[in-house]
Design a binder for this molecule. Structure first.
Ligand SMILES: NC(=O)c1ccc[n+]([C@@H]2O[C@H](COP(=O)([O-])OP(=O)(O)OC[C@H]3O[C@@H](n4cnc5c(N)ncnc54)[C@H](OP(=O)(O)O)[C@@H]3O)[C@@H](O)[C@H]2O)c1
Length: 248
């Protein structure tokens, strides 16, 4: 038994791949999602078929009342939380900063930054030895965009991921003596549906051949890095980053 893991945004893409791999490694998994109940149920069913245990829980991670319900559901249905993967992230159609509108900026920051902070808060309340917990691990899914800035595509999204990197460092130092390790994975360009949300479903195939490794990445490759950071094999590692970006 590896522990009890909550993954936000696990109905598809990197979150779903992480849920499947985590279950294979012995975690009991909470598959959080916002809207696509069928996709989340499919992830849970695949885990069950392989002999694992998972539950799907709907919650918008950008709202604290829903985050509280999410964590309480994990407490009741799976038991004491030992790990969190902050993964639920969004972006919108590619554009320049001079074309952004306030509503979009607020939506991106609410899910990608406020949501990560709220989930981190409720995980720390459960896992920190200062709160009577037994310790644990958090992995934040950031992005190479935090380093690259995404000019002409989504600077709002890149800025949100820069905030995730700062959150990772600050929280890691804050809870290092309380039994919790906090790290981040920064994926590059990965084959998931998020690029269609940006208005370019074929983005990975356009950019992939120009990357140092001459291809885009796969969600399963990112999941491997996440699971390693969560594992006891990474027991002396906190406040750091793994770039899963094919050399970029
Ligand atoms: N794919 C890439 O190239 C890439 C590169 C770098 C970083 N990343 C990061 O990796 C993470 C996962 O990306 P992905 O490509 O796997 O994305 P994806 O395929 O678009 O999946 C996003 C997931 O997040 C969920 N979600 C969105 N907003 C949510 C909210 N407010 N509350 C709860 N769940 C929410 C979605 O659930 P519903 O479908 O039910 O709404 C879905 O399960 C994101 O943080 C993203 O920024 C991705």
């Amino acid at each position: 038994m590896s522990g009890i893991l909550l993954i936000t945004g696990a109905s598809r893409g990197i979150g779903a791949a992480t849920a499947l791999l985590a279950a294979r490694r012995g975690y009991r998994v909470c598959v959080n999602y916002r809207a696509n109940a069928d996709a989340a149920a499919e992830v849970v069913a695949r885990i069950a078929e392989e002999g694992g245990e998972a539950v799907a829980v709907q919650a918008d991670t950008g709202r604290e009342s829903e985050v509280e319900r999410l964590f309480t559901t994990v407490d009741k249905q799976l038991g004491p939380l030992t790990a969190l993967v902050n993964n639920a992230g969004i972006l919108f159609t590619q554009c320049r900063v001079d074309q952004l509108d306030e509503d979009r900026i607020r939506r991106v920051l609410t899910t990608n930054v406020v949501g990560y902070l709220l989930c981190a808060k409720h995980a720390v309340l459960r896992m920190s030895t200062a709160h009577g917990g037994a310790g644990g691990a958090i992995v934040n899914v950031s992005s190479a965009a935090a380093r690259l800035g995404s000019p002409g595509e989504y600077v709002d999204y890149a800025a949100s991921k820069g905030a995730v990197d700062s959150l990772t460092i600050g929280l890691a130092l804050e809870v290092a003596a309380e039994g919790i390790r906090v790290n981040a994975v920064r994926p590059g360009i990965i084959h998931t549906g998020i690029h269609a949300d940006g208005g370019e479903p074929g983005r990975v195939d356009r950019i992939g051949p120009n990357l140092p490794m001459r291809r885009g990445g796969y969600p399963e490759e990112v999941a491997e890095a996440i699971l390693w950071l969560l594992s006891d094999q990474a027991s002396y590692i906190t406040g750091t980053f793994i770039d899963a970006a094919g050399g970029r």
